[in-house]
Design a protein around this ligand. Structure first.
Ligand SMILES: [Zn+2]
Length: 262
């Protein structure tokens, strides 16, 4: 029996157009407080963490990663992205969130990174005993790039297991490449006994609207659209079983830890 628990690790204050390029006029610049979240999977094969969230350095220094008015990690898309502001409280730190669930960092056997941007891999260093699963082409792409700050993930003590393509992580848990946001980006597919198959998209889909419209700002538009279609098919078209990365409206409707999807 697998349990899926979702918890916030902070938020980003960002222009709506960063996730929804189809918006016009004033709606483009309207700000949204978008959640950043991670997931804990309790499985018979051990605890698995999906994405490690924002580093708590941002509680006191919201601009710690990219500086004042810093351009977000998605500026590589070429789209004009207004600055993003990190909004984080002490209790958002992933180690604090896990502690509230009775889980210590060393109790996490496997960490799956959708990709290595700072809001998805910010606390990799907190899990020196875990095995990290990332796509080989993503690791190669991210290494040394300023918009994948290595301080959060390129740490000698960490054990990365590069995978290529769809790969089983545990019984009922599989990573599936969903490139477009970045090369080698991956999503996590989990088969739950009661809920059915769910997909944790990472930044392959920021919001439900990305899935419904088949549109998303991305580095590689062709790959990104294929990934959106793949994600929908993985969930059999049921978007209620797809957990997108930064959707304030959808987030409000989901179960949050300590409540679990089973
Ligand atoms: Zn993100």
């Amino acid at each position: 029996m697998i349990e899926l628990l979702l918890f916030r690790t902070g938020a980003v204050d960002i222009a709506r157009s960063a996730f929804a390029p189809w918006l016009d006029g004033a709606a483009r610049e309207e700000r949204v407080l978008a959640p950043v979240w991670s997931a804990l999977l309790r499985t018979p094969d051990g605890n698995i963490l999906f994405d490690t969230g924002l580093h708590p350095v941002h509680v006191v220094r919201p601009d710690a990663t990219f500086g004042p008015g810093g351009r977000g990690p998605r500026s590589a898309s070429g789209a004009s992205v207004s600055g993003l502001n990190v909004v984080m409280k002490d209790e958002d730190a992933v180690v604090a969130r896990l502690a509230a669930l009775g889980v210590r960092p060393d109790d996490v056997a496997i960490v799956v990174n959708s990709h290595l941007h700072f809001d998805h891999a910010g606390n990799n260093g907190a899990f020196p005993r875990a095995t990290f699963i990332a796509q080989a082409d993503h690791l190669a792409f991210a290494k040394g790039k300023p918009n994948f700050p290595g301080v959060y993930w390129d740490i000698p003590e960490l054990t990365y297991v590069p995978v290529a393509g769809r790969s089983k992580v545990a019984r009922g848990v599989e990573v599936v490449p969903t490139p477009g946001h970045a090369p080698g980006h991956q999503s996590l597919v989990v088969d739950l006994a009661e809920t059915g198959r769910v997909v944790l998209t990472g930044d392959a889909a920021f919001t439900r609207a990305n899935l419904e419209r088949g549109e998303i700002p991305a580095m590689d538009q062709v790959a990104a659209k294929e990934s959106l279609a793949l994600i929908r098919s993985l969930a059999n078209g049921d978007v209620s079983r797809i957990f997108t990365s930064h959707d304030a409206d959808a987030w409000a409707t989901w179960r949050h830890a300590p409540d679990a999807y089973r």
